[in-house]
Write a protein that binds this ligand. Sequence first.
Ligand code: FAD
Length: 441
Amino acid sequence: MSPPLQHIQTSTTLPASADVVVIGGGIIGVFTAYYLAQRGVSVALVEKGRIGAEQSSRNWGWCRQQNRDARELPMASKSLDLWEQFAAESGEDTGFHRCGLLYLSNDEAEISRWASWGEFAKTAGVTTHMLSAREAAERGRATGRAWKGGVFSPTDGTADPGKAAPAVAAALIKLGGSVHQNCAARGIELSGGRVSGVITEAGVIKTKTAVLAGGAWASSFCRQLGIRFPQATVRQSLLSVSPVEQGLPDVLFSADVSVTRRSDGRYALAISGSGHVDPSLQLLRFSPQFLPMFAKRWRNIRPGGLEGIRGGHETLARWRLDAPTPMERVRILDPRPDASMLRKIHHRAVELLPQLRDAPITHTWAGYIDSTPDGVPGIGEVPGVPGFILAAGFSGHGFGIGPGAGHLIADLASGAPPIFDPAPFRPERFSASAWGKVADF
Ligand SMILES: Cc1cc2nc3c(=O)[nH]c(=O)nc-3n(C[C@H](O)[C@H](O)[C@H](O)COP(=O)(O)OP(=O)(O)OC[C@H]3O[C@@H](n4cnc5c(N)ncnc54)[C@H](O)[C@@H]3O)c2cc1C
């Protein structure tokens, strides 16, 4: 049930040591390691399964500033430049292009929220165009519907989730970075209270700096070190259909359903913000901290089933470092998509864009969106564990901001001046309440 993903060949021989070891080969881990290698830092990246196979290949592919929270907007804007720069300097293809994002609505409250965001965005130098009813109908002519309004963000774009993380890993390898698939990090070796190595299933890599870019697995990994990282996951279901000839927009958001064209011409279909919360002991443990998040988003979230327990990413168990861990049992977190949700998405998409009616469904899948209580990622050295940098909880935004986040994490790991202010992302904030601080989608 996985979406398409490019394969890359990596090494089975671990280095004995590295300046920095990155745990996790999603978009965050590969960009972090790429920016480290680019500045001559020796870096090893270990991935328990395949590069990009979890959230980073299961997402919509949107790289957007539109409607971003003020805390993330500088990272989102810079990331768009970095996507382009990466393609130019590496020659690798992530499928990134600034196609612009089109939002259409018949809900006046929603349109006015977009308008106020546009006013705020102007102060940050971001251009976005509100659309009148006539302009919305014109830009959304493929829908054949009347719309009360919309917004078009011309400088935003998409990258291809099936290509992006492997492309960055390929560039990293060319720069001399050492990349290892099917290699889970089981734990961290500490000497005198600070990081001295990363213990993997294939041996120890000595290092003074470990970056945990483990996506949905980060909290259970932190727990092994006595670190409390509040994290919850939401399972979102998607499908894609084969290419259609008629000129549909590359990207179209509506409250009913959203469509995104992939670089091979398929359209990915999904409902924004919708998802299932699968109960787990970890969810129970952190639920008081997530009340503000659930209070804000409960309309779109449904109780799920046993997928979370089956996945094992939210285990509260302590594991041994000399025996297989839950991460080796589940190399790729590949939750089942919800069948009724898939039917709903397809039905709504065909109603919105009748041209999709005859396009066969090519793939169905689901992904876990890993979130923090305030919907903003946790990035920074964990207090009390010198050398251990957390980089997780990207809360449904991590793909588009991957390059900027990776750059920032590389700055922190190498002691370079940070590309933007890391303060909003500091892990220390997780000890405080998130009421009044939850980011919008
Ligand atoms: C359905 C869906 C739609 C989304 N849409 C968008 C979108 O349009 N735009 C956007 O910006 N974001 C979107 N997101 C969010 C985005 O995909 C994520 O925020 C981003 O991919 C997170 O990247 P990551 O590297 O942190 O995590 P992941 O991609 O999940 O990577 C983490 C990796 O770490 C590995 N790992 C974990 N533990 C270990 C260990 N101990 N040892 C070795 N390896 C380990 C895992 O195997 C995994 O490959 C969406 C997410 C989903 C699920």
